[in-house]
Write a protein that binds this ligand. Structure first.
Ligand code: PXP
Length: 248
């Protein structure tokens, strides 16, 4: 069975659009609360909760992460930039896993995979620190041989294949076939090297039918489509439907 990590960042995006100045839930007046959303997601079958604590704090805030740490029943996956400040934060928080992502202030969401080859020493430092603390590290990378090979060499236990280019190409048949093939080959190569293979970014209720056929998938991290669907169906139905489509 493929596991589902629900990324709740966009719940916080909506809250921040109105309540940027608030530093508490004000007894429930400050909505929507990402922690409540996480708990409802778990009740509907989410296998883990993912948040990205960005340097600019545009959506998830530190207090959200601490509240999640003590309130959720499944696994907390912290997406973070590969910096000493975030490493220190993660070692204090002790999430179940961290996912290293590139961070560029201008982008609306994470756009490209982490360039492990260009940031080899920085990535190694974080992986070593997390391995020593018993926290799993996942590297969010494009399906490129050099990135996958280095992830294994640096002893990161997990990778998350970036499905964004595939999702963007979905309605252009030739590009889609090419991007899907890259994901398939990347997953096989990573699995052969002993890496656990996750995937995420741009996965929705339509492309999931093909995404789920990527070999060796352990977990998918999905945010935008589930949060969007929840506006109409509620979060529990949105999570249940995605899990059904992932696994029949
Ligand atoms: N995985 C990673 C590493 C991400 O940065 C994101 C976007 O925040 C996601 C998964 C989820 O992407 P989406 O919101 O498009 O489902």
């Amino acid at each position: 069975m493929i596991l589902l990590g629900v990324n709740i960042d966009h719940c916080a995006t909506l809250r921040q659009a109105r309540y940027r100045q608030s530093d508490s839930t004000c007894g429930g007046a400050v909505e929507p609360d990402p922690v409540l959303l996480a708990q409802l997601s778990e009740r509907a079958g989410a296998d883990g909760i993912t948040v990205h604590l960005r340097e600019d704090r545009r959506h998830i805030q530190e207090r959200d992460v601490w509240r999640l740490r003590e309130s959720i029943a499944t696994r907390l996956n912290l997406e973070m930039a590969c910096t000493p400040e975030m490493t220190e934060f993660a070692l204090k928080l002790k999430p179940d896993s961290v996912c290293l992502v590139p961070e560029n202030r201008e982008e609306v969401t994470t756009e490209g995979g982490l360039d492990v080859v260009a940031n080899r020493d920085r990535v190694r430092a974080v992986v070593d620190a997390m391995n020593a603390a018993g926290i799993k590290t996942s590297l969010f990378i494009d399906p490129e041989d050099a990135q996958i090979d280095l992830a294994a060499e640096l002893r990161a236990p997990w990778i998350e294949l970036h499905t964004g280019s595939y999702a963007n190409a979905y309605f252009r048949a030739e590009d889609r076939t090419r991007e899907f093939q890259r994901l398939r080959l990347g997953a096989v190569r990573a699995h052969d090297l002993g890496l656990t293979v996750n995937a995420g970014h741009g996965i929705n209720y339509v492309n999931i039918a093909e995404v789920r056929t990527i070999p060796h998938l352990h977990e998918l991290n999905i945010g935008h489509s589930i949060i969007s669907r929840a506006l109409f169906t509620g979060i529990e139905e949105a999570v249940r439907e995605m899990k059904t489509r992932m696994n029949d």
